[in-house]
Design a binder for this molecule. Structure first.
Ligand SMILES: [Zn+2]
Length: 273
């Protein structure tokens, strides 16, 4: 998501929205399509911010356009709309004053756009308050991570991917973070030792930063792509995710796909404890 935010900063910040088309039936659901269009049209985009998996485009009248990509949403910035056919499942198009378009493509339609005037002093929507700290924005030192996990009896991976606990960690990254920290993803949160929390804190920062540097992972399922539609290259560096049966790069034993509760995770059972 940080990759997408950086792309928005480069392409749409400073531009004015000249028109909005909404064709998806589910993409705009917190308000009517008419309301989204009328709140957005004519506004200049002042900044691109992010909290966890939510994107926030700050508008010149203090409103915010919030976008959540969910499972399959993808934002495309198209500089010459006349030359680029509309992709299937394009649900929203925002036309900008430089002739370009910001298009939202979302085959599974879980993604969402809405414009709100209910914002905090930092300019972000009030609904973002219920999100946990975002490691890339706020850092996640061991004490903060311990505080966020305290009292959770759930499995570590379940907590790491819970946006109310820590914002911005997806399924894939949770597995990579646990591997790097040498901690099993199905460990109970309230059973982690201080040293394990220190390793998880370091791993979280390292994995998320590497992912941003590699422009996000490009998986067919998650459709993480940058705004130009280019696939990222982080997938080449996954240590465990989707690598069941391949040797662990740390100990050489095969990576496992483990199940706990209703979840699954990839990990190395021989060197993650
Ligand atoms: Zn191993």
């Amino acid at each position: 998501m940080e990759t997408v935010r950086l792309g928005l900063e480069r392409t749409v910040v400073g531009r004015r929205v000249t028109g909005v088309s909404v064709t998806g039936t589910r993409t705009v659901r917190r308000q009517s399509r008419f309301e989204l269009r009328s709140r957005l049209t004519g506004r200049r985009i002042e900044a691109a911010r992010r909290k966890g998996k939510f994107l926030a485009l700050l508008l010149d009248d203090s409103q915010v356009l919030s976008i959540h990509l969910r499972m399959s949403g993808q934002l495309l910035h198209v500089t010459e709309p006349g030359k680029v056919a509309k992709a299937p499942h394009t649900h929203v198009i925002a036309r900008l004053d430089d002739g370009s378009e910001l298009r939202f493509v979302d085959p599974r339609t879980f993604g969402e756009w809405w414009v709100t005037a209910d914002v905090r002093a930092d300019g972000l929507p009030a609904v973002f308050d219920r999100l946990g700290p975002d490691p890339l924005n706020d850092g996640i030192p061991p004490k903060l991570l311990a505080a966020r996990l305290a009292g959770h009896r759930s499995a570590l991976k379940a907590a790491l991917t819970d946006q109310r606990v820590v914002a911005g960690i997806g399924n894939l990254y949770a597995d990579e973070i646990c591997w790097r920290a040498a901690v099993r993803p199905d460990r109970r949160c309230d059973d982690l030792a201080p040293d394990e929390l220190r390793r998880l804190s370091r791993s979280t920062m390292a994995v998320l930063k590497a992912a941003v540097e590699q422009r996000g992972s490009s998986l067919r399922d998650a459709r993480y792509r940058d705004l130009m539609g280019n696939a990222g290259s982080y997938q080449a560096r996954h240590e465990v995710y989707d690598r069941a049966g391949e040797p662990c790069s740390r100990c050489g034993e095969p990576v496992q796909k483990v199940r706990f509760g209703a979840r699954t995770a990839y990990c190395c059972e021989s060197c993650q404890h």
